[in-house]
Design a protein around this ligand. Structure first.
Ligand SMILES: Nc1nc2c(ncn2[C@@H]2O[C@H](COP(=O)(O)OP(=O)(O)OP(=O)(O)O)[C@@H](O)[C@H]2O)c(=O)[nH]1
Ligand SMILES: [Mg+2]
Length: 613
């Protein structure tokens, strides 16, 4: 340790507020959410203490205990003991415990203490504890533990002042390291009991509201019905509020494109700006509000503490299809993007459960698919009312999400048959208290989704869109050619060549072409269709949706929607599967089963829809 810098590691049970504390200390913006298992990777930040010392803070994944060893729990232990390659042991460990749930959290505090390193205990969520009438005798706790104890409120400005002061002071003395054997572990339970009895007074009616709500929310029938209704309403709301904003942006870009058309000189640059940038990128950008509205609702559910209840409700169902309740959170993250979802499976202890979850995670509808869905639904599904109440477009969108979920369950079931596994693991999960979502957390979450989207838009999507424009524009048609110029371009040939594979699904060559860049980034399918139809002069009046509706039948649109629900997901996802499972075999399995499922499902959809139209 050098005199002017200190390495601090934050540890604690999941959902104790480590990341919130980390953000408060370092001014960071890491994701916090009201359920366990949010942080799965190492995050580092720093701040300067009043004394001028620089504090390097490491936020670690939540850990229930050191004796169960899921991959991330092992990492945490290695980091704390200085056994993690390339990572020096921290000078100080801040153990974060949820003051409203000490019975659970103190056990881990004791485990950390036995590592024999300097520890400070942060009693977090003191606001909630006080609110519930829980009284903690801090001096007594500190005395009995032999570890400095500081109260914190990680979500309040200035709520960590006392902790900073303590950390900035003298380094606490380490307790003697104790051997980690089963006998000593068994005694932990009694130690916790004794500590609780001596230092914590619980009010008689703890969490009466929680209990009352949970009686309904966790009810096997009422609970599931509530869950279904909540999700259905979310999709209605996404359509009702996201769509008008999207249209506004879309019209804005159409206007800008039109304006540029009048001022730019004729030539390929003008073409690229109008067809590639405004037509392609502008169309994708228009879907940002839809994405943000959806995530607004997901974040509200996350923050309220409702989601772990949903995991709990679905546990039996998940186990019966070969997954576990623990798969729920990774699968839920996959609605944003399969990549964090797959990384989130590190919190699943059983390696086979983990692999099954990794294989089905890409079937969850990631946000990159939302522009494709929204475009096709907007073009082909009438904005009719169903039962005079619900918007048909919202119903179809909901159905697509459900299709992904049902697909995942079916695949999970098949995996379970293949591995002939009869083992069942009880789900041990902590249910956080219900609370009103905090504006700041929701805002950070939305900001994060928005920036991810914009970064993709100005990075990979932009590059692919320009590339697609180039191959749609060159080579130029020979003199005296008839028909649209794009038919003579490289894209025209490529699309028509590949179309042989996809013709049975009802895809024309333009759609087939758009599937290629979509493999790198889903949204680019929209940009490509916009570019291709703009280059061929079809999308000039009435916009892309109009051009699509004029160029292929409803059966094709439905088949394409189904394709996107199941098709092998993007390259980055496959790369993450390779990294997380360390096996190319899983990549091949994942790609081929999704291709087969998507092909079959689209084929059936197209053929059936054709019969009815
Ligand atoms: N009322 C209150 N809520 C808090 C406090 N600290 C954190 N929270 C909330 O508790 C929830 C969990 O916080 P996180 O920081 O994500 O917890 P974590 O320990 O990093 O969780 P994992 O990464 O899953 O291990 C979030 O909803 C926070 O807003 C606090 O001091 N008071
Ligand atoms: Mg965290």
């Amino acid at each position: 340790m050098s005199a002017d810098s200190l390495r601090i590691a934050l540890v604690g049970n999941p959902n104790s507020g480590k990341t919130a504390l980390f953000n408060q200390l370092t001014g960071g913006r890491q994701k916090v959410a009201n359920y366990a298992g949010v942080t799965v990777e190492r995050k580092e930040g720093r701040f300067t203490a009043p004394s001028g010392r620089v504090m390097q803070v490491l936020d670690l994944p939540g850990t229930y205990s050191f004796d169960a060893a899921s991959p991330d729990e092992q990492i945490t232990r290695d980091v704390l003991e200085g056994n993690y390659p390339g990572e020096a042991a921290p000078d100080l460990i801040i153990c974060v415990a949820d003051a409203t749930n000490l019975r659970l959290h103190l056990r881990f505090v004791l485990e950390v203490k036995r590592l024999g390193r300097p520890v400070v205990l942060a009693l977090n969520m003191m606001d909630a504890a006080r609110h519930r009438g829980i009284v903690i005798d801090v001096p007594e706790l500190q005395h009995r533990l032999g570890v400095p104890v500081v109260e914190t409120i990680a979500v309040k400005r200035g709520g960590v002042g006392a902790l900073v002061t303590r950390v900035d002071g003298e380094l606490p003395e380490a307790s003697p390291a104790l051997p980690d054997d089963p006998a000593s572990r068994a005694s932990l339970h009694d130690e916790v009991r004794a500590l609780m009895a001596a230092t914590v007074t619980m009010p008689r009616a703890t969490a009466r509201i929680d209990d009352a709500l949970d009686r309904w929310m966790l009810h096997p029938i009422v609970g599931l019905l509530t869950l279904a209704v909540v999700m259905f309403l979310v999709f209605q709301a996404v359509y009702a509020s996201g769509k008008p904003m999207s249209d506004l942006i879309g019209n804005g870009f159409a206007w800008l494109g039109g304006y540029c058309a009048t001022v730019l000189p004729d030539g390929p640059i003008r073409d690229l700006v109008i067809n590639g940038l405004f037509g392609g990128l502008g169309t994708v950008l228009g879907f940002l509000p839809v994405i943000l509205v959806l995530f607004f609702f997901i974040l509200m559910l996350e923050e309220s503490g409702y989601l772990p209840r949903a995991a709990f409700l679905l546990d039996r169902l998940m186990v019966s299809v070969g997954l576990t309740g623990r798969s729920f959170i990774p699968l839920l993250s996959s609605f944003a993007c399969a990549i964090p979802g797959i990384m989130g499976t590190r919190s699943i202890t059983d390696p086979r459960d983990r692999l099954a979850t990794i294989l089905v995670a890409p079937l969850m509808t990631c946000s990159a698919r939302l522009p494709v869905y929204a475009l096709l639904i907007g073009a082909f599904i009438p904005a009719r009312r169903v039962f005079g109440l619900f918007n048909l477009q919202g119903v179809v969108l909901f159905a697509l999400y459900v299709a992904g979920i049902v697909g995942a369950m079916a695949v999970g079931w098949v995996i379970k048959r293949i591995r002939r596994d009869k083992s069942e693991h009880a789900l041990l999960m902590e249910l956080p208290s219900y609370r009103l979502p905090r504006v700041r957390d929701v805002a950070i979450g939305l900001w994060e989704r928005g920036t991810v989207f914009l970064k993709r838009l100005t990075g990979v999507i932009l590059a692919l869109t320009v590339l697609m424009w180039c191959i749609s524009t060159f080579p130029k048609p020979p003199a005296g050619a008839i028909g649209p110029a794009i038919n003579y371009s490289f894209a025209g040939y490529l699309g028509r060549f590949l179309q042989h594979i996809f013709a049975p699904l009802g895809f024309n060559w333009q759609i087939t072409l758009s599937l290629i860049p979509a493999f790198a980034a889903r949204e680019t399918a929209v940009a490509t269709l916009a570019t291709v139809y703009a280059v061929s002069g079809d999308a000039q009046n009435g916009g892309l949706a109009h051009a699509l509706a004029g160029n292929f039948p409803l059966a094709t649109a439905l088949s394409l929607l189904v394709w996107f629900a199941f098709a092998p997901q993007c390259m980055s996802t496959l790369a993450v599967i390779r990294r997380e499972t360390n096996s190319w075999r899983n990549v091949v399995i994942s790609f081929s089963y999704m291709f087969a499922v998507a092909y079959a499902a689209s084929f059936i959809t197209f053929q059936v829809a054709r019969l009815f139209s």
